[in-house]
Design a binder for this molecule. Structure first.
Ligand code: IPD
Ligand code: CA
Ligand code: CA
Length: 264
């Protein structure tokens, strides 16, 4: 697919600028406040990273739509939409745990075109381009080859406010754990998705994500040869809460287990 090189260059500049703020504030003193829920934090670094990112995008593309976690929507009549999570993994960041990142997705007319996820604390830069594959630090990545859930290594996340629902987060988690399937919890959905794309995990699921958590990461998984859907197996949209992202080979089995139609 043809992609204007300037869009990519803006994406790289904006991601780098956000990551510089993560590095600047990490393990230093910064203000922390709470959003909705008990430990749903936002720090001074989230705001600084978001400002640095948005300033660059607005300078290069003042007419583009922006959706960013802390700012909300900057509505523009444009088919381009930048979807930004200035720090994904804020609780990790605030605790000095180096698993957090900048995540930026660029959508054109409702389709994700580009995605960047950069964790400067581990020096891992993931990039995906629609139809052009996915890379980690400029090297092509692809999903794993595992063919069954029993032998898979999974990752998940939990919402800040617990969701009481059938097949909810703890019920699904329990199903895997009781059957000896390892399920990790890194605390950054964008990184979870990238690690599926890189073949470190065979699958990732979560019950309640926002568009900025998954915009860049889901393109990464698709471009690395994996599959991403909602919990019904329908084509994924980042504007609904459920996500299942896998290497493709264990996807249908994961759907059966999540929906409690198959015992492990
Ligand atoms: C959170 C992380 C976490 C996921 C939460 C998200 P934040 O984003 O991605 O892994 O479980 O649902 O809200 O708050 O660190 O940007
Ligand atoms: Ca997030
Ligand atoms: Ca965030």
């Amino acid at each position: 697919m043809y992609l204007c090189p300037m869009l990519k260059s803006t994406l790289l500049k904006a991601t780098e600028a956000g990551a510089n703020e993560i590095k600047r504030f990490f393990n230093s003193e910064f203000k922390i406040s709470n959003k909705e829920g008990k430990n749903n934090l936002v720090t001074e670094a989230d705001h600084a990273a978001e400002k640095a990112i948005i300033d660059i995008i607005r300078l290069d593309y003042p007419g583009h739509f922006i959706l960013s976690e802390e700012t909300g929507e900057i509505i523009m009549d444009s088919e381009y939409k930048w979807i930004i999570d200035p720090i994904d993994g804020t609780v990790n960041f605030a605790n000095g745990i180096p698993i957090c990142c900048v995540s930026i997705g660029l959508e054109k007319a409702g389709a994700m075109l580009l995605g960047a996820v950069y964790n400067p604390l581990m020096n891992e830069y993931f990039l995906a381009e629609k139809g052009g594959g996915a890379t980690l630090n400029d090297k092509k990545i692809k999903v794993s080859n595992k063919t069954d859930v029993t032998h898979a290594c999974l990752v998940t996340g939990f919402p800040y406010t617990y969701l009481d629902m059938p097949n909810g987060p703890l019920q699904v988690f329990e199903r895997f754990i009781r059957n000896g399937v390892p399920v990790r919890r890194l605390g950054s959905a964008a990184i979870d998705l990238c690690w599926v794309a890189a073949g470190r995990f065979d699958g990732f699921y979560e019950h309640k994500l926002q568009a900025w958590d998954s915009a860049a990461g889901y393109l990464m998984v698709e471009e690395a040869g994996g599959r991403v859907s909602d919990f019904k197996g329908h084509e994924y949209s980042p504007y609904q809460p459920h996500i299942l992202a896998t290497n493709g080979k264990i996807h249908d089995e994961m759907l059966e287990i999540i929906n409690n139609r198959k015992a492990l």
